[in-house]
Design a binder for this molecule. Structure first.
Ligand code: AMP
Length: 278
C-alpha cells in the first residue's frame, strides 16, 4: 500500500489504472478506523480491482471547534489495518491540499439535508457534500462505499451524485455493531466505562420502538415513550428519535412507505447517532 498526500500523485496512479481498464473503488473516511470502516473496505475489495481509502478529518463539516480538536487521529494504526486488508492507496492529504488559498466553492444539497443532523449541525452537510464531491473528482473512482450508520449522509451523497450527474456508483453498506448492539463509531473511544456500559441502550430502545410501530401502535406515542426510555437508560439529552421516510427523510405518522427510525442522543458528553429500518 502506498500513502499519498497530493492530488497530483493520486491522479497519476489512477490514470495508469484506468488505462489498464481497472475498476476503482473509494472509501472516504475520517480515520480512527474500526471494523465498520473495514467492512466498507472489504466490500470495495470485492466489487473493484483497485481500492483507495481516504483519511481526511474535514474541518468544514465540523460545526463545533471542540469536536474537531478532540476528533481521534490514529493514522499509523489506520495505515497498518488498511495495508493488511490489501488496500492499494491510502490518500491522506493535508487541509491545505484539499482547501488551497482562494478556495470558494460549496455544494449545497437541499431537501434531505434540512431535518435531523442538518437542523442540529448548521453547515455540516454542505461541508460533507463539498468534500465528498472533491474526493470523487480527485480519485475518479467508479464506485464509492458509505455506511448506513450515517443514513442521512448516505441519502445526501446519493442525491448529490444524481443531481450533479457524477459518474460514480454509491454503495450503502450495513451498520457494523459491537456484540452488545452499539454501532461502531470513532467517537466511542471517548465514552467512559459507565457510559460505554449504558450506550447499547440506544439500539435496544430503537429496536423496541421499531417493533411497536410495526405492530401498529400510535407512532407519536411510541416515539415519546422511546425518548423517555432513553433518558431512563442514562442518555442525558435526546436530540431526536424520529420516524422518517427512508430516502427523503420526511416525517411519517403512519407506516405507509419504507421508513427509517433515526436517533441522536448524548451520553457521558458524547453524541451518538444510530438508525434502523422499520
Ligand atoms: P467516518 O470516518 O466516521 O466519517 O466514517 C467513514 C465511513 O464509514 C462512512 O461512510 C460511515 O458511514 C462509515 N461507518 C462508520 N461507522 C460505521 C459502522 N459502524 N458500520 C458501517 N459503516 C460505518
Amino acid at each position: 500500500m502506498q500513502t499519498l498526500r497530493t492530488v497530483a500523485e493520486l491522479r497519476t496512479r489512477v490514470r495508469g489504472w484506468k488505462q489498464d481498464g481497472r475498476q476503482v473503488g473509494v472509501v472516504p473516511t475520517m480515520g480512527a478506523l474500526h471494523e465498520g470502516h473495514l467492512s466498507l473496505v472489504r466490500a470495495a475489495k470485492r466489487g473493484c480491482d483497485r481500492v483507495i481509502v481516504t483519511i481526511f478529518v474535514n474541518p468544514t463539516q465540523f460545526n463545533n471547534a471542540e469536536d474537531l480538536a478532540k476528533y481521534p487521529r490514529t493514522e499509523e494504526a489506520d495505515a497498518a489495518m488498511l495495508a493488511a486488508e490489501g488496500v492499494d492507496i491510502l490518500f491522506a492529504p493535508a487541509p491545505e491540499e484539499v482547501y488551497p488559498a482562494g478556495f470558494a466553492t460549496g455544494v449545497a444539497v437541499q431537501g434531505v439535508t434540512a431535518p435531523l443532523e442538518g437542523a442540529l449541525r448548521p453547515g455540516h452537510f454542505e461541508g460533507v457534500a463539498t468534500v465528498v464531491a472533491k474526493l470523487f473528482g480527485m480519485t475518479q473512482a467508479n464506485r464509492a462505499y458509505f455506511g448506513q450508520k450515517d443514513w442521512q449522509q448516505l441519502q445526501v451523497v446519493k442525491r448529490m451524485v444524481a443531481d450533479l450527474n457524477i459518474a460514480i456508483e454509491v454503495v450503502g453498506c450495513d451498520t457494523i455493531r459491537e456484540a452488545d448492539g452499539l454501532a461502531m463509531s470513532s467517537r466511542n473511544v471517548r465514552l467512559d466505562a459507565l457510559s460505554r456500559a449504558q450506550a447499547p441502550g440506544l439500539y435496544k430502545v430503537m429496536g423496541k420502538v421499531a417493533a411497536a410501530i410495526k405492530g401498529g401502535a400510535d407512532v407519536a406515542a411510541v416515539l415519546a415513550q422511546g425518548r423517555e426510555d432513553l433518558r431512563q437508560a442514562g442518555f442525558t439529552e435526546v436530540d431526536y428519535l424520529d420516524l422518517r421516510s427512508a430516502a427523503m427523510l420526511e416525517p411519517m405518522t403512519t407506516l405507509d412507505q419504507p421508513a427509517r427510525l433515526l436517533a441522536a442522543a448524548w451520553i457521558g458528553g458524547v453524541r451518538l447517532i444510530d438508525n434502523i429500518a422499520v
